[in-house]
Design a protein around this ligand. Structure first.
Ligand code: F6P
Length: 549
């Protein structure tokens, strides 16, 4: 570290050493690496909790991994990690602690922020959530007209939507099937309309989830939902008390909105929105899966937290996964990273990770505010296999871009599912086959030997050498979901630490919010159009004309 902050990554000897190593490796082939070391598949695999993580199909050698760990050490990843777990204010642009890990520690743990132990409050909110969730699940919580709740509608956006929505989908078999759950996020009225159109207000509970309680989409949707509810219950405003609860850090705004703060579940500014679904933001999830399953999920998070905090670098899975991403972004010019779950229940998992990763690491200045001269966060994308195989895998196999990918699968289908026609083995056969095809491809000689006409051989050749990590767990349970999410949280942390960016702010979302606020009266009133740029002014004029204004 020099007086102005950390030395630029690209000027660190460990970075230069990796660059030289990359040149020496050239276009080393996975076929060669596996031929040289028949035990590579076992050697290049780690276990964390229930997750078996195979990283043998990466373009790395033992030397690569050693050099990457040297880089992490030189960048002070372990020191920053420890500071995070201790509750230090490592989110320096907002001067906040980063303590999502405190949401899942046992009650006897002590973690202090500004000299106060935060753990008792975490457990007290969890207990209140458990009581409330229990009442809704049992039918003891009655709506305004005395009927029990049948549908829970979560209104929130970003971290206040993606986490609970993803986890609800992931854990469907663990949910109370007598209750219905819907997640509304988009300010497009269609979202709320479609969620409410077949519901009975007397049996509907709204969970308004917003860290700040000032997010325009959420406040607008919640206002519309309140109107729908009150109108549907004969215009009696007092109905709100039995049909609206809030999850927020901002009691004043909750009260201003008209929700009694005794119906508010609290969390704290040291929980980032995209790291928050294991806080009270998970209330609708807890109602769905029940408090016990929710706590099992928290325990799963904690397993990986402890692993990340204590495992030595050679066996530290989030560290390894973070470093592999740095290897591809920094030394292979990879721009994107695909997350491909072979589980239909994980259909929202990659969307959730998009916010976790891209809002955290989509930065271009370092912690000292200097422009970075190296790649930061990748574009994260993907959908569940095997659907993706019949859509975009063509590019993964034969395109001109390198797309490192994570393949996630489970040994057993969840109990409830049954396996009427052997679908699960077929699903997993596809996962393993894709990893194989991506890594080893098919050479022109192999294609020709199959009798393929010469002019078709290039089209049917697969270059291989496309790197994947395979994450294999026994079954998708609440505990395992917690482990998976924590794994990615810490992977993102590692990358931000190496890139020397603040992974915990999100200033990049602000400009659009400010401009939208300014734009709205231009659309509705036609005032201020003269201040717009030429393109926007023309578009707004056309829009207003089409609206008959
Ligand atoms: O605009 C981005 C963001 O601030 C996210 O970081 C956050 O998860 C989302 O908006 C929702 O914010 P809130 O929970 O305060 O409504």
């Amino acid at each position: 570290m020099n007086a102005e902050g950390r030395t630029g990554l690209d000027r660190m000897p460990e970075w230069t050493a990796l660059g030289e190593h990359r040149r020496r490796l050239g276009d080393v082939q996975l076929r060669e690496l596996f031929a040289e070391d028949p035990r590579r598949g076992e050697r290049f695999a780690l276990q964390v909790g229930d997750l078996h993580v195979d990283y043998s199909k990466h373009l790395v050698t033992d030397e690569t991994l050693g050099l990457l760990r040297d880089l992490a050490a030189a960048c002070g990843v372990a020191g920053l990690r420890d500071a995070m777990f201790r509750g230090e204010k490592i989110n320096n642009t907002e001067n906040r602690a980063v303590l999502h890990t405190a949401l899942r520690v046992p009650l006897d743990t002590v973690i202090e922020v500004d000299g106060r132990n935060v753990v008792p409050a975490v457990h007290s909110v969890l207990n209140r959530m458990s009581v409330f969730a229990g009442h809704v699940r049992s039918g003891d919580w009655k709506g305004h007209t005395g009927r029990r709740i049948r549908t829970v509608v979560n209104i929130g956006i970003g971290g206040s939507d993606l986490g609970p929505a993803m986890a609800y989908e992931s854990l469907r078999p663990f949910t109370d099937r007598n209750l219905d759950f819907r997640f509304v996020s988009n300010v497009d009225g269609a979202d709320l309309h479609e969620a409410l159109r077949d519901l009975d207000p007397a049996e509907t509970l709204f969970v308004v989830s917003s860290k700040t309680f000032t997010t325009i989409e959420t406040v607008t949707n919640a206002t519309a939902a309140r109107r729908w509810l009150v109108d549907g219950l004969g215009g009696d405003e007092s109905a709100v008390a039995k049909h609206f609860v809030a999850v927020s850090t901002n009691a004043a705004e909750v009260a201003k909105f008209g929700i009694d703060t005794s119906n508010m579940f609290e969390f704290w500014d040291w929980v980032g929105g995209r790291y928050s679904y294991d806080s009270a933001i998970g209330l609708s999830l807890m109602i769905a899966i029940g408090p016990d399953h929710f706590r099992e999920m928290l325990a799963g998070f904690h397993v990986v937290d402890e692993h990340f905090r204590t495992a030595p670098p050679e066996r530290n899975v989030p560290l390894l996964m973070g470093l592999l991403g740095i290897w591809y972004g920094g030394f292979h010019d990879a721009q994107t990273h695909a997350v491909l779950p072979y589980s239909h229940y994980l259909s929202r998992f990659t969307a959730y990770l998009q916010q976790l990763d891209m809002e955290s690491n989509g930065k271009s200045v370092d912690r000292e505010g200097r422009p970075v001269a190296w790649q930061t966060g990748p574009v994260v994308w993907g959908t569940p296999g095997t659907n993706g195989q019949h859509a975009y895998y063509q590019l993964l196999h034969q395109g001109t871009k390198i797309v490192p990918a994570d393949l996630i699968g489970f040994a057993r289908p969840v109990d409830e599912l049954g396996d009427l026609a052997g679908q699960h083995d077929l699903l997993m056969a596809n996962l393993f086959a894709q990893g194989q095809a991506l890594a080893f491809g098919r050479t022109a000689e192999e294609v020709a030997a199959e009798g393929v006409p010469a002019d078709q051989v290039p089209h049917r050749t697969f270059p291989g050498n496309r790197p994947t990590t395979t994450i294999l767990a026994t079954e998708l349970t609440p505990n395992v979901l917690g482990q998976l999410v924590a794994l990615y949280e810490h992977k993102v942390f590692v990358q931000g630490a190496v890139w020397n960016i603040d992974s915990f702010d999100q200033w990049g979302v602000e400009l659009g919010k400010v401009l939208a606020k300014r734009m709205e009266p231009v659309l509705t009133e036609g005032t201020g159009a003269e201040e717009l740029d030429g393109s926007s002014a023309a578009l707004v004029a056309r829009y207003r004309a089409l609206r008959g204004r």
